[in-house]
Design a protein around this ligand. Structure first.
Ligand code: LIP
Length: 259
């Protein structure tokens, strides 16, 4: 895998070096409440500040957008790191072991590099534009499932925006009536990687933040998957919030028929 701007091996090493910060239970339990069911831990801020400092020094020309910062100026003509220091913060607090660092590189209106790393399972999902997707260095591909009756569908419940629940859960009920079963990882980045690696066949969630879907959407695309907004034909905005519909191409029409 090659990339014109960045040293991929070095980025992976930097992300892996975060293990002691993320695996520190005491910091995971140091919580601040951001909103309803929405938390930030000492781990989130420590990972963010470490990466901001390292990446800022090594790549001063690339801007930095991250979940735990107050504001970002979304100049689409610039290159940006898009970081979720911990995607799956509630899982981290509950020692659920499904949390990941998600880092994407935005250049010229698209994501050109993405890494999603779960330190609890030691799984590293990576992709560079045009070069395929990898899990711990081995190529991954979406599933070949065609029959919705065999499909496992991951979904996000929009826990911070309960006003969506009534409409959303009607959609989920309709999907559930036709698929094999549901999964809810509570990490959008991992959901996208799980479609990419064929663990689940489809994934739907509303109003994700750029850091939730930037890296995972490239990993999914490069693994042969379809990913888009809930409006057919509309391209992902990357520097804005977006509803996300992801699937193996055999099931795209089917899953889209519900949203
Ligand atoms: C979370 C997601 C989760 C989603 C939440 C939230 P956080 O990210 O990945 O799947 O349902 O809305 O965005 O807050 O743990 O980084």
């Amino acid at each position: 895998m090659t990339h014109p701007t960045i040293n991929i091996k070095e980025i992976e090493d930097i992300i892996h070096s975060l293990d002691p910060i993320i695996l520190d239970n005491e910091s995971a339990e140091a919580i601040t409440v951001k909103g309803a069911a929405d938390y930030v831990t000492k781990v989130d801020t420590a990972v963010q500040e470490k990466l901001r400092s390292i990446l800022g020094t090594k790549y001063p020309e690339i801007g930095f957008i991250s979940e735990e910062q107050d504001f970002f100026n979304a100049d689409t003509s610039k290159s940006w790191w898009i970081l979720d220091p911990i995607d799956g913060t509630t899982n981290l607090i509950h020692h659920f072991n499904l949390s990941a660092v998600s880092l994407g590189l935005y250049e010229n209106g698209e994501i050109t590099y993405g890494i999603v790393y779960n330190p609890f399972t030691k799984e590293t999902f990576t992709a560079s534009k045009g070069c395929g997707s990898y899990l711990n260095g081995k190529a991954i591909h979406v599933s070949k499932t065609e029959d919705p009756g065999f499909a496992i569908v991951a979904f996000g419940s929009s826990p911070y925006e309960r006003f969506r629940a009534e409409k959303l859960f009607k959609i989920f009920l309709n999907v559930f009536n036709e698929c094999a079963d549901f999964r809810r990882t509570a990490s959008a980045a991992l959901d996208l990687c799980y479609v990419a690696s064929g663990r689940v066949d489809c994934y739907i969630e509303q109003n994700l933040k750029p850091w939730d879907y930037a890296a995972g959407s490239l990993i999914l695309k490069e693994a042969g998957g379809d990913v888009g907004t809930w409006i057919e034909g509309e391209s992902l905005p990357y520097l804005k919030n977006s509803d996300i519909c992801a699937s193996n191409p055999n099931l795209t029409k089917w899953i889209r028929s519900f949203i």
